[in-house]
Design a protein around this ligand. Structure first.
Ligand SMILES: *Cc1c(COP(=O)(O)O)cnc(C)c1O
Length: 425
């Protein structure tokens, strides 16, 4: 028996489904998940010594590739000074200064431990600040596993064929208004029909958790206007897009400025981190200055801050965005061309280092379009790639990532495999 199978069998006895995050279980693509024993550059090395070109990049954080020497060195220096202090530390100030400098709309920031904490605290703060209860989210957008945000939440929940989670009281879910993405009229109607007011709109500005969906022209600007008109807080969940699509995220790329921003993934440099920030007048509603409580024993952890600061400084120095856009474009165009050759219905939305594969005849503008894709094709492609050294995300509803450690040779090898796979469809 191979090592991954043996580990998975052991894990399944004592970890539900054998995994600590559901999509890792390969339910959407079938087969036993491989276990990774090491990761370097653009590659994962499995417990059975298979080397894989990695397009998951730890689900977004690894924009520099795995085990970047600068980040490793920063963590190791921090480690020598202690793993947690429980008092403020110098790296927290440096991290906060960097984030405020980089993210256009952020005047003040608070660190937490995951993207989920960041969105959870953002909506609490928006509710505390406005004194209103309801929030709007969009079908297919994933904001972590926050109770009131796990309605039509895309990503892992969608992969398991279950867009809503059990265990969320109806009374909580009632506070969340779920609307289709890319439909401003729906948002306007929700505001005009809501009697007791809407505290916030939370949105992945480029939804990347039910595949990758891009906003129609004027859509994000429209959300901004509606929020201004109704005194509601506009929250961009840039946990995925922040620092990946441009240094300052979608808000820098599009010029649309939210009131608050949730962050995570890249800002931890591979360690567990989240952050949320925004206008000072809103952020000052947080304890200890204001009435909205939020806290964390390990928030601002020195190892995570060291890794995150190193990761951000590397981005500032290397500015890899043009290079990533060019690799992403090369891959997406190449894939589309091969699909056309074999008459396979495939859409490959791509922006910078993010792309996804919708086996669909038509462009995908929202959640309903996304779930009308042919998932059987994805399964076949996934398995062919995995067997031959390329790891795609194990679900048709995840975005693929390219890191700055990927090279042209990785891209051409990937295109060769797609060609083989599509030929055999
Ligand atoms: C990953 C993700 C989250 C959740 O972050 P965790 O660190 O997994 O809790 C929230 N929002 C978006 C857009 C994400 O991609």
């Amino acid at each position: 028996m191979n090592q991954s199978q043996e580990l998975f069998d052991r894990a399944k006895k004592i970890i539900p489904g054998g995994v600590n995050s559901p999509v890792r279980a390969f339910r959407a693509v079938g087969g036993t998940p491989f276990f990774t024993k090491q990761a370097k550059g653009s590659r994962l090395i499995t417990a059975d010594d298979q080397e894989l070109i990695d397009y998951v990049c730890t689900w977004g954080p690894a924009i520099h590739g795995h085990d970047h020497p600068v980040i490793r060195e920063a963590v190791s220096e921090a480690l020598a000074k202690g793993t947690s202090f429980g008092t403020p530390g110098p790296d927290e100030v440096e991290m906060a200064e960097l984030l405020v400098e980089i993210v256009p709309s952020v005047e003040k920031i608070r660190m937490c431990n995951s993207g989920t904490e960041a969105t959870m605290s953002s909506i609490r703060l928006a509710r505390g600040f406005t004194g209103k209860s309801k929030i709007i989210k969009f079908a297919g957008c994933y904001h972590g596993h926050v109770d009131s945000l796990l309605v039509k939440a895309g990503s892992g929940a969608l992969t398991l064929g279950n867009p809503d989670s059990a265990g969320i009281p109806e009374s909580f879910a009632k506070e969340t208004i779920v609307l289709p993405y890319n439909d401003l009229t729906a948002v306007e109607n929700a505001f005009s029909q809501s009697e007791d007011g809407i505290a916030a709109i939370i949105v992945e500005p480029y939804p990347a958790n039910c595949g990758l969906i891009l906003p129609d022209d004027g859509y994000l600007e429209g959300l901004r206007k509606i929020c201004d008109h109704n005194q509601a807080v506009l929250i961009f969940d840039e946990v995925m897009t922040g620092f990946r699509l441009s240094l300052g995220g979608v808000q820098e790329k599009t010029g649309v400025t939210p009131d608050m921003t949730a962050m995570g993934k890249i800002i931890g440099g591979g360690l567990p981190v989240g952050a949320f920030g925004g206008k000072a007048e809103i952020m000052d509603f947080l304890a200890p200055l204001g009435p909205v409580y939020q806290a964390g024993t390990l928030s601002g952890n020195p190892l995570a801050m060291a890794a995150g600061v190193a990761s951000l400084q590397l981005l500032k120095e290397s500015m890899p965005y043009d290079r990533l856009e060019s690799l992403g474009n090369q891959l997406a165009l190449g894939i589309q061309q091969i699909a056309k050759e074999y008459s396979i219905p495939l859409q490959v939305p791509q922006v910078g280092s993010m792309y996804c594969l919708f086996f669909n005849e038509n462009p995908v503008r929202n959640f309903e379009d996304a779930i009308s894709s042919h998932s059987e094709y994805f399964k076949k492609l996934f398995q062919h790639c995995l067997a031959n050294g390329v790891y795609l995300p194990p679900s048709p509803y995840e975005t693929c990532f390219i890191s700055n450690a990927h090279i042209e040779n990785d891209i051409s090898k990937t295109l060769d495999l797609f060609n083989e796979a599509f030929k055999a469809f």
